[in-house]
Design a binder for this molecule. Structure first.
Ligand SMILES: Cc1cc2nc3c(=O)[nH]c(=O)nc-3n(C[C@H](O)[C@H](O)[C@H](O)COP(=O)(O)O)c2cc1C
Length: 428
């Protein structure tokens, strides 16, 4: 049974921890909780203890607690330590290496993965001091999730500062533990291990600050007549996850999506389109961009002359013959642009056979910087599913990434993209 140590900080979002504990317990995790003094102003140790079914640790200098399970054991017995909500003050204390209360002492003593879910007013989050602390913690190997954009507890305030949703937290905890179980240093080379076991260096907040990221997602619908269309099975989950990850990394994000059944990501400018031609026009309009990720499954063909009215079924008549014509190739058009070409153009290749070879050929033919290739044959469950297994094809070669959630693929890809931009800037 995997053990989660939840460090609850003193913010309004502390109430979400009750749901988080319940969801983790339902999934079979043993959850122990540490509460800061301030956290106890928002929710009670009684409620946390009742839901986690464990004694809640609140004091560093607690003779009984120390005898039962001392702060070092608390820190060491956890497979993952989750800090939620990670207040501005707690982040500052962690960045400084304080150990003057139970929460910080445990965080300093642990050798496990630490995942922080910041939640605070946008002004606090954007303050250079908080951003400095976050960068320091990232360097120290702390993983971050969120904060998300949206409405704040303070009436009428919006911005980046909301704690990640409980479902996002659960998903990230599961994927970090899976990554850890698979051995973080697994030879794939794209995760940076920073010393201590389990501490995987990654960043979330500021890596793409000031950048514009353009993402396409979902299928396109190509009309046959006003009521019928040609479509494909793309759910938009991977493209939307990429837009959300870019936002979390601080970018301004434009998401251009075909018709999908999932919600718009928060804090992202979304343009809804139907056809390939509409998608291309929206992409052109959204330029310039630093990074463009083309994750949409754009229909290769459209019906040459869609019916103006519904095509009627005639008794004893032959079925109508649909003449197809080629749609514009959005990826190639943007990658081959002379002016206003995004610095990094990333295409997706959905293949059902010879995945890597086809992706390598596609990268060259379309003058694309990177191709993310995935096998979408029916047995993989990629279309519409929550997980993905991809290959990253670049000019330097091909990397095969381990199977991850679509959110993890998105975050890993965007981290890489941020690194690419940083290098491009250095070499100018
Ligand atoms: C009503 C109220 C809400 C607060 N919400 C937050 C918050 O969401 N995020 C935050 O960083 N601090 C918030 N604070 C400030 C923290 O509670 C304060 O900085 C405290 O020292 C944090 O302690 P801790 O980090 O040990 O939990 C809030 C304070 C009050 C009075």
């Amino acid at each position: 049974m995997k053990r989660v140590l939840l460090v609850i900080g003193g913010g309004i979002a502390a109430y979400k921890c009750l749901d988080l504990i319940r969801r983790l317990a339902e999934k079979g995790y043993a959850v122990r909780c540490v509460m800061t003094k301030a956290a106890q102003e928002f929710i009670t140790p009684l409620a946390v203890g009742a839901i986690s079914n464990e004694r809640v640790a609140t004091e560093l200098f607690d003779l009984e607690g120390e005898r039962e399970i001392g702060h070092i054991r608390l820190a060491r017995e956890a497979d993952i330590v989750v800090v939620a909500p990670a207040t501005a003050d707690l982040l500052a204390r962690m960045a400084q290496g304080h150990a003057n209360d139970l929460a910080t002492a445990v965080l300093l003593a642990t050798r496990s993965i630490v995942l922080a879910a910041p939640a605070m007013n946008p002004a606090m989050w954007n303050h250079p001091a908080t951003q400095r602390n976050v960068r320091q913690l990232e360097t120290d190997g702390v993983r971050f999730i969120g904060p998300n954009a949206g409405e704040m507890a303070e009436k009428g305030e919006t911005g980046v500062g909301r704690m990640a949703e409980v479902s996002e937290l659960v998903e990230r905890i599961e994927s970090l533990l899976a990554e850890e179980a698979a051995g973080a240093d697994n030879g794939f080379g794209f995760l940076t291990i920073s010393g201590t076991r389990g501490r995987v260096s990654s960043s979330s907040a500021p890596a793409l600050a000031g950048r514009h990221v353009l993402v396409t997602s979902g299928p396109t619908h190509e009309p046959i007549d006003p009521v019928r269309y040609i479509a494909n099975r793309s759910s938009g989950k991977q493209g939307h996850a990429i837009a959300a990850a870019a936002r979390r990394l601080g970018a301004r994000v434009t998401l251009i999506t075909g018709p999908v059944q999932i919600a718009d990501p928060e804090g992202v400018e979304v343009r809804h389109v139907e056809t390939a031609r509409e998608m291309l026009a929206a992409v052109e309009e959204a330029l310039p961009a630093d990074i463009a990720v083309f994750a949409a499954a754009v229909a290769d063909w459209r019906v040459a002359t869609p019916g103006r009215g519904k095509i009627k079924k005639q008794a004893n008549a032959e079925p109508p013959q649909l003449e197809l014509v080629e749609n514009p190739d959005i990826l190639r058009t943007i990658a081959k642009r002379g002016v206003r070409r995004p610095t990094l153009v990333v295409g997706f290749a959905a293949e059902t056979s010879t995945v890597v070879e086809n992706a390598q050929a596609k990268r060259k033919a379309k003058a694309v910087d990177w191709i993310v290739a995935n096998d979408v044959s029916e047995e993989t469950g990629v279309f519409g599913g929550e997980r993905n297994k991809v290959h990253l094809v670049t000019a330097e070669g091909t990397e095969t990434w381990p199977e991850m959630s679509k959110a993890e693929v998105a975050e890993t890809l965007l981290q890489r993209a941020a690194g690419f931009l940083a290098q491009a800037r250095e070499s100018v």
